[in-house]
Design a protein around this ligand. Structure first.
Ligand SMILES: Nc1ncnc2c1ncn2[C@@H]1O[C@H](COP(=O)(O)OP(=O)(O)O)[C@@H](O)[C@H]1O
Ligand SMILES: [Mg+2]
Length: 420
């Protein structure tokens, strides 16, 4: 089988690696890919240009397209390719609204009894500003509707922060909603669906803040690990039964069956599990710790999601632990330089997986090309061991100005029974 993976991050390098590694694929092309992808398998295609993607598929005889990021899904890339008889993995444009519109997701959750934080919606700056004057309890969460690349949510600690966010970010006639703040620990639970059936991945936890101790600005994610012990087997079943299954059933009942990855960002407060958001695709960097532990062939479950035969499969995971640490460019998530030579990539042992994110090749050498540059990854019998492997070798790889968090998985390692 020949696959085309759409995207350019660590997630996409990991998807391509896994499709080849488990024998799903004879060849994997990536558009546009990054420096981790061999030159001859990188396709220099603008991923928002669907006819160009279709052309690339025909040119390379692609059997299946796997879409990494949310933007092309929300723009309808799966609808477009399916129409052209090219099998594509992921939700249709309408189904991807579970990620593309937080308000739509909220309405689906409320209609089908999926636990989520209470909310109140508004149209336009003025109405929300008027309401904010009456709010007495902080923090409060303010969310914009629509894809915002991580910039559409504000957890406002006081009225001034709320005001500033609304004035600077909310469009005059845009949809905006306030959500009850929930104090708790977050985790990511991914499901895969074929529109009817859902299979659940083990839980993962990412680390959004730039610096150790969960301080500093928000980022796309500085590292992740799996399984996350805060979601034990019983809680994982509850997320499946109370969140993923009712959402997939609800979408089907609405006439918009959801195929692809349904990623629930949940928050746990005691025994309470609530959904903060849905994503309609693999997480980055969660994918980098889930796929190394998955026993199934990735191509099999992707095919089953597309063909509607997922109930014949059951997702299985090794009883091991995986961790990934992001090496980032100095300055990220603010401004950072590009084009810094990356050294030492050939010197790490085979106990480490290095997924490329913001890299490219220049005159045959790897240079930095983004904020999140590399994902240094390991799987081992215990979380401690996986962590030692990563941190034991990470400094072998160097580029000017690089930084990484030294405390990935700290929440699990604080728990006494974490590695069992
Ligand atoms: N209701 C809530 N209570 C507490 N924290 C929240 C709530 N909603 C969002 N957050 C915080 O804001 C972050 C971003 O919100 P999320 O809904 O995941 O949007 P996005 O990932 O699109 O920015 C969450 O990871 C969480 O830390
Ligand atoms: Mg989120």
């Amino acid at each position: 089988m020949k696959y085309l993976v759409i995207g350019s991050g660590g997630r996409e390098h990991c998807l391509a690696w896994r499709l080849l590694d488990d024998g799903s694929a004879a060849e994997v092309y990536v558009a546009p890919g990054n420096g981790g992808i061999e030159d001859r398998f990188r396709l220099d295609v603008n991923i928002s240009n669907f006819p160009a993607l279709e052309h690339a598929c025909i040119d390379k005889n692609i059997d299946v397209v796997v879409v990494g990021p949310e933007a092309p899904l929300v723009d309808g890339v799966v609808d477009y390719l399916t129409e052209k008889k090219i099998p594509a993995f992921g939700p249709t444009k309408k189904a991807a609204m579970l990620e593309g519109s937080k308000l739509f997701a909220k309405q689906i959750m409320e209609k089908y009894g999926v636990p989520t934080a209470g909310h109140r919606d508004f149209t336009g700056q003025d109405s929300v500003l008027r309401h904010l004057k009456t709010v007495k309890e902080f923090p409060i969460v303010i969310k914009l509707d629509g894809l915002a690349a991580g910039k559409g949510v504000c957890v406002a600690a006081n009225p001034d922060e709320a005001l500033e966010f609304v004035l600077s970010s909310a469009k005059e006639d845009g949809k905006i909603f306030l959500e009850d703040y929930i104090f708790g620990e977050e985790a990511s639970v991914l499901g895969i669906s074929d529109g009817d059936h859902v299979e659940t991945f083990i839980a993962a936890q990412d680390h959004k803040r730039a610096y150790d101790g969960d301080t500093g600005p928000n980022t796309g994610g500085m590292g992740a690990y799996a399984p996350a012990p805060i979601i034990d087997a019983a809680k994982l079943r509850r997320v499946r039964d109370e969140v993923l299954i009712p959402t997939v059933r609800g979408m089907k009942a609405e006439g918009i069956p959801f195929k692809g990855i349904l990623y629930a960002g949940v928050i746990l407060q005691g025994d309470d599990i609530k959904v903060l958001e849905f994503n309609a695709r693999f997480g980055d960097p969660e994918t980098q710790v889930l796929l190394p532990l998955m026993k199934n062939r990735l191509g099999d479950i992707i095919g089953a999601s597309i063909n509607g035969t997922l109930s014949r499969h059951s997702l299985k995971f090794e009883r091991r632990h995986a961790i990934t640490v992001v090496m980032a460019s100095g300055g990220y998530p603010g401004d950072y330089p590009k084009g810094k030579p990356v050294k030492g990539l050939g010197d790490v042992s085979d106990r480490i997986l290095v997924f490329h994110a913001g890299t490219k090749t220049e005159n045959g050498a790897i240079v930095t090309n983004g904020g999140r540059v590399l994902n240094i990854t390991a799987a081992a019998d215990t979380l401690e061991e996986a962590r030692e492997r990563v941190y034991g070798e990470i400094d072998v790889i160097t580029f000017e100005g690089s930084f990484y968090r030294k405390d990935i998985a700290h929440r699990a390692l604080k728990r006494p029974m974490s590695s069992k």
